[in-house]
Design a protein around this ligand. Structure first.
Ligand SMILES: CC(C)(COP(=O)(O)OP(=O)(O)OC[C@H]1O[C@@H](n2cnc3c(N)ncnc32)[C@H](O)[C@@H]1OP(=O)(O)O)[C@@H](O)C(=O)NCCC(=O)NCCS
Length: 175
């Protein structure tokens, strides 16, 4: 079942989304603050979606669709959820750059976190963000995430080691 936000709908990923995902993963602007991984073919991405797209409690992956025009603009996922701990890690990115700066990530974050707390009965959602990714850090703070710590030189970008913030949001803190 799709998850409705104000500006976005979260939906299962399809194998036919592979071309978009491949394009985003090879766009340096999109990947600037993210772990790039190794170059992949569209066929490898299709295989990934056939497996990861299945969705289960410990591993959800949603496509973020704009409600205005039904276009797939990014991804949000909750990984590593366990009923015993009620913790899961959130990852998000919007690959369609012309949709940046219009509130889509803020709404996708709120919608995914609401799903995590209400449907998955999580207690804590956490994420990491590279120091210097100010737009993402701002969005996470805006929806209620707080800085919990700083991982020293945990990321490498443009030949430089960078620290990484670890942020957390507890049940009841979503704004
Ligand atoms: C970061 C990202 C998720 C933001 O998505 P978005 O849809 O543009 O975000 P929103 O429009 O909801 O909100 C952007 C907010 O950041 C602010 N912002 C933009 N650039 C900023 C900057 N350089 N410094 C601080 N704040 C900034 C905007 O003013 C806005 O805040 P406001 O609503 O309080 O005015 C998106 O650009 C993206 O996916 N980027 C590439 C991948 C990435 O970095 N993902 C996160 C990895 S942890």
């Amino acid at each position: 079942m799709n998850v409705l936000g104000e500006l976005v709908v979260l939906r299962a990923m399809r194998v036919s989304d592979a071309d978009s995902l491949w394009r985003w993963n090879h766009d340096p602007d999109v990947m600037r603050f993210m772990v790039e991984g190794y170059p992949q073919t569209p066929e490898t991405v299709e295989k990934f979606l056939a497996e990861r797209g299945r969705n289960a409690y410990g591993d959800t992956l949603f496509g973020v669709e704009s409600r205005k025009d039904g276009k797939l603009i990014g991804l949000v996922g909750l990984q590593g959820a366990e009923p015993e701990t009620g913790n899961a890690e959130l990852t998000i990115y919007l690959g369609e750059k012309e949709y940046w700066g219009q509130g889509y990530a803020t709404d996708a974050m709120r919608t995914a976190c609401r799903y995590g707390f209400d449907k998955m009965r999580l207690h804590r959602i956490w994420l990491t963000v590279v120091v210097g990714n100010d737009a993402a850090h701002h969005v996470y703070q805006k929806v209620g995430f707080v800085d919990e710590g700083r991982l020293r030189q945990a990321s490498r970008r443009d030949g430089q080691w960078r620290d990484v913030h670890i942020m957390g949001l507890l049940e009841g803190e979503l704004r």
